[in-house]
Design a binder for this molecule. Structure first.
Ligand code: PHE
Ligand code: NA
Length: 504
């Protein structure tokens, strides 16, 4: 008998894994700063519009493709949209492979900082500590230096081993089990952190700064672009992740109901993070006799590894707050990393009929690259550039092309809507097809073009053009090559036979 494709044990396993993927660094260090800079309380309007008109509709599209196509991104998309669809799937696989290389690095840093929290090892000059002492970035302007940095290398290797072990254990015993353990733990550490922040002096001023609406921001197209970008990244859509996870659901499953739980769960997490982060920043401003709008380093790496350690040093019981914060980052990021890598593993298995263990071993190549790039003094430079291109160009392009090809070119909107409606509690219809096939791709195409033009005209962070040509455009070109070449390679199983599954 042909072995069965792996399956979640039920609705809860799937929902937890999907929330695990969605809730990540983006909720904690991206949303608060983006919202603050894009109209504060007023940002909730474009954010909700983006969520309802593009985020949730495309989340449902991912689910429908994965569940109907019952395969990894390239296989499911091939079944729905032919060879061209398969190419889109490989493009998504390439993006996740690239993201995994540096995402693991950030997790390793957070793990180091979790340990550093207990004796506040970063001292007074938190920026200097991070850049010079911890990352050991070259100060002479050199870009590629391959000196290993043991302080980064060791947690990085541990992270890779941990995540590959989880993935090697399979969908149920690895991915699902890890999420069942981590998500409740994450909820506890995160809530403890937010509640702690609310009781700090100055917290209220921070919240006021965060929520005070600037309605004039709504007239700024940049604010709407920021809202769509945040929703996309935050829901992990158009990365192939939700296609892959949906393919592990039983044939009769309530997809849209689960999707709404995941989407609103992710948003709640995000808004709570905004409250926690700004309460903390309010405290920081208060202790420095200044106001939140004077502070710098309110998002991303700067917030987590420079600003936050500085704040923690001034907090009573700060070591604990630091440990909670970095612990939360590690837990949130780990479940996202698992989902990113499962996209690659599932695709390799489907195409080349590999066992799970063989596929996990192949992913070891990514681990090696990651260790060489991020475990050395080259680290941060490659990271921000690759992140910029893969997230802002790659993902948005993938979303636009996927919707246009599936809904317009192949005309699959009705079929996919009917598929979702067979069992789901929340029914989709014309409005869904309109949002997924027309409105979302139109907005996203606009965002994409605006970004490409901006990057061509203004470069990025002052880096030299040759460097951006390699680390930015070159990476996207490689993804395109994967998208063109891999569909030409022969499938080791008949992709049209839904019963031919690789063994486990
Ligand atoms: N959705 C995650 C977040 O908000 C980020 C992510 C993107 C995770 C892509 C996996 C894949 O942080
Ligand atoms: Na998210």
């Amino acid at each position: 008998a042909v072995p069965q494709r792996e399956q979640w044990t039920g609705q809860v396993g799937f929902i937890l894994a999907a929330i695990g993927s969605a809730v990540g660094l983006g909720n904690i260090w991206r949303f608060p700063g983006v919202a603050y800079e894009s109209g504060g309380g007023a940002f909730l309007i474009p954010y909700l519009v983006a969520l309802l008109t593009a985020g949730i509709p495309i989340l449902f599209l991912d689910y429908a493709i994965g569940h109907r196509g019952r395969g990894s991104a390239p296989l499911a998309l091939r079944r729905i949209a032919g060879k061209f669809g398969e190419g889109i799937g490989w493009f998504q696989v390439a993006i996740t492979a690239v993201i995994a290389i540096y995402y693991t690095g950030v997790l390793a840093w957070a793990a180091s900082y979790f340990v550093f929290s207990f004796n506040e090892k970063w001292g007074e000059d938190t920026t200097g500590f991070f850049v010079s002492d911890y990352l050991q970035m070259p100060t002479d302007g050199s870009v590629f230096t391959l000196d290993f940095v043991p302080g980064v290398l060791i947690p990085l290797v541990i992270m890779w081993v941990a995540v590959l072990l989880i993935l090697g254990a399979g969908v149920v015993k690895g991915v699902q089990r890890a999420n069942i353990i981590i998500i409740p733990l994450l909820a506890v550490t995160f809530l403890a952190l937010v509640i702690r922040a609310l009781f700090l002096p100055g917290a209220l001023d921070g919240l006021t700064a965060f929520f005070t609406p600037d309605f004039s921001a709504l007239a700024n197209p940049g604010v709407w672009i920021a809202a769509y970008g945040q929703v996309f990244f935050s829901l992990s859509i158009a990365f192939g992740i939700m296609i892959t996870y949906a393919s592990y659901r039983r044939r009769k499953s309530n997809m849209t109901g689960a999707g709404l739980v995941v989407a609103f769960g992710n948003s709640s997490f995000e808004i709570l993070a905004g409250i926690g982060v700004f309460a903390t920043l309010g405290f920081f401003a208060f202790t420095h006799g200044t106001t939140v709008d004077q502070l710098e380093g309110l998002t991303g790496v700067g917030l987590a590894f420079m600003t936050f350690p500085a704040i923690v040093s001034e907090m009573p019981g700060g070591g604990w707050a630091g440990a909670l914060f970095f612990g939360t980052l590690v837990l949130a990021g780990l479940t996202s990393l698992i989902s990113i890598l499962e996209v690659v593993i599932a695709a390799l298995r489907d195409k080349f009929a590999l066992s799970r263990i063989q596929a996990v071993a192949s992913v070891g190549v990514l681990a090696l690259l990651s260790v060489v790039l991020l475990g050395t003094t080259t680290g941060l430079i490659a990271l921000d550039t690759i992140d910029q291109w893969s997230n802002n160009i790659g993902i948005v392009a993938s979303a636009v092309v996927m919707s246009v090809v599936v809904i317009w070119v192949k005309g699959k909107g009705g079929e996919l809507a009917a598929h979702l409606n067979t069992v789901s509690t929340f029914r989709v219809g014309r409005a869904w097809i309109f949002f997924t096939g027309i409105l979302a791709p139109a907005v996203l195409a606009y965002i994409l073009i605006a970004r490409i033009v901006d990057l061509i005209q203004n470069g990025y962070e002052g880096y030299p053009g040759w460097y951006l040509g390699i680390a930015g455009w070159g990476i996207v070109a490689l993804m395109l090559v994967a998208a063109i070449v891999l569909p030409l390679v022969r499938w080791r199983h008949d992709p049209d036979n839904f019963d031919a599954w690789p063994s486990t």
